[in-house]
Design a protein around this ligand. Structure first.
Ligand SMILES: Cc1cc2nc3c(=O)[nH]c(=O)nc-3n(C[C@H](O)[C@H](O)[C@H](O)COP(=O)(O)OP(=O)(O)OC[C@H]3O[C@@H](n4cnc5c(N)ncnc54)[C@H](O)[C@@H]3O)c2cc1C
Length: 402
């Protein structure tokens, strides 16, 4: 059952969250349940950043089990929690890791061992068993491993967190952009915002400001004169007409280009590539990346080569680490909360990194830091609170049409 939060009292501490992606939404939900007054501002439509533009894979963690075990463990833990607190939001279709070459087979034992070490349940399959499950797979496959991946709607799943936060008393504004932070006596005490609906500019004051702007988090941090080591790392995705698989199909090797096919409604989404950029507002969709998605995807499922084009787009990961052009693929998918008091600026906390799959866990960690700072002794309860369905979001959110 959904437990609605007690509405924060008028004199409760006030936190301003900047960024209405999955991370900001999950944090609004977490803090509302802890009795904190929340205002969240998003410069565009909710989830219009990276959150609304990813593959829609609820990671089992297997993709990271060999090279990035911290992320793999976060993913499998959150995978189980999200299925429980967001019932009906996932197509519980599982995933296959498919070996096509002798080189892929060299990765087999590492993947099995990595999954076991991270607590990711697997089932080892002979080629014929995999083909029975997914008849359009490359018939030359050498082996497959089944993992508890699942598929989600990239926008609707996080909307549940927004809906539940709003229901608990959080104030959520879309089309409201932070232009600058308000600094008083060396501490951040709020933000100057432009309301793109009315055109007005004004300040919102708060006891604490949280920078939850994902790949944009360096820009907000700079407004306060601090640094966030974020590498915006885009990837291209290609949507093809027709559902070529029912499970999530991954290539059994170190993560590479075009090595994943995710079924989404009547489409198949092939992803992805990886590079790094200075500015997440300057994303292009390189034609050679689109071609590579089709070529590599067709190795897993030959019908990818002929399937009709539906769309190609890119989105930027908020990866923690240096902006080395080659680094995107190697950077960890884990997440981090940074209390900028450590750099001499009170009143500002950044939450960044992670995956859509780990949005709740990110919010829990950040919520603990915020509560400590505000002197609030209330534990996180989001592990067991069922979120409202995504449809409640529209009923719970004031109409703000651009
Ligand atoms: C190619 C690709 C594929 C991926 N696939 C998956 C997947 O299948 N499964 C998975 O779990 N994860 C996936 N991810 C990762 C996942 O999408 C991200 O980790 C997650 O969406 C980040 O959410 P966020 O809320 O931190 O950032 P965002 O969703 O980007 O939210 C930040 C928000 O801040 C807003 N903002 C920026 N500046 C301002 C400002 N000045 N004022 C107000 N608002 C502002 C932006 O508009 C944006 O909406 C993928 C990522 C990429 C790039």
């Amino acid at each position: 059952m959904t437990r609605s939060a007690p509405r924060a009292s008028r004199d409760a501490p006030h936190v301003l969250i900047v960024g209405g992606g999955g991370t900001g939404g999950a944090l609004a939900h977490d803090l509302t349940l802890r009795g904190i007054r929340i205002t969240l501002v998003e410069r565009g439509e909710f989830t219009s950043g990276t959150t609304g533009r990813h593959h829609g894979l609820l990671h089992s963690g297997a993709r990271y089990a060999v090279n990035d075990r911290e992320s793999a463990i976060e993913c499998i833990e959150e995978n189980a929690i999200l299925r429980a607190i967001c019932p009906g939001s996932f197509e519980e279709n599982d995933g296959l890791f498919v070996a096509l070459t002798d080189e892929d087979m060299e990765y087999y034992d590492d993947l099995v061992e990595g999954c076991k070490a991270c607590g990711i349940p697997i089932e080892e399959l002979a080629p014929q068993e995999a083909l029975r499950m997914e008849p359009l797979l490359n018939p030359e496959l050498k082996a497959a491993i089944r993992v508890p991946d699942a598929t989600m709607d990239a926008m609707r799943m996080p909307l549940r967190f927004f809906a539940t936060a709003k229901h608990g008393g959080a104030t959520l504004y879309n089309f409201m952009e932070v232009l600058d932070v308000v600094v008083d006596g060396g501490a951040v005490t709020g933000a100057t915002v432009r309301d793109h609906v009315t055109g007005s500019v004004g300040d919102i004051h708060a006891d604490l400001v949280v920078n939850a702007t994902g790949p944009w988090s360096e820009k907000i941090a700079r407004m306060a004169g601090v640094d966030v080591p974020i590498s915006p790392s885009p990837g291209v995705m290609l949507a093809l007409r027709g559902r070529l698989c029912n499970m999530v199909i991954n290539r059994m090797h170190r993560s590479g280009d075009g090595d994943i096919v995710v079924p989404q409604r009547a489409l198949s989404v092939v992803g992805t590539s990886s590079w790094t950029v200075e500015d997440p507002d300057e994303l292009d969709v390189p034609e050679d990346h689109v071609t590579r998605m089709r070529v590599e995807g067709a190795k897993l499922i030959p019908a990818v080569a002929q399937a009709g084009f539906r769309a190609a787009w890119s989105a930027a990961r908020p990866l923690i680490g240096s902006k080395d052009a080659e680094a995107g693929r190697e950077l960890s998918r884990t997440f981090k909360t940074i209390d900028h008091a450590g750099e001499g600026v009170e009143g500002l906390v950044t939450i960044t990194g992670g995956k859509a799959t780990t949005l709740r866990g990110m919010a829990e960690l950040c919520g603990d830091v915020i509560c400590r700072k505000l002197g609030i002794d209330r534990p996180c309860s989001t592990r067991s609170v069922t979120t409202l369905p995504h449809t409640a979001f529209y009923a719970e959110t004031e109409r703000r049409l651009a």
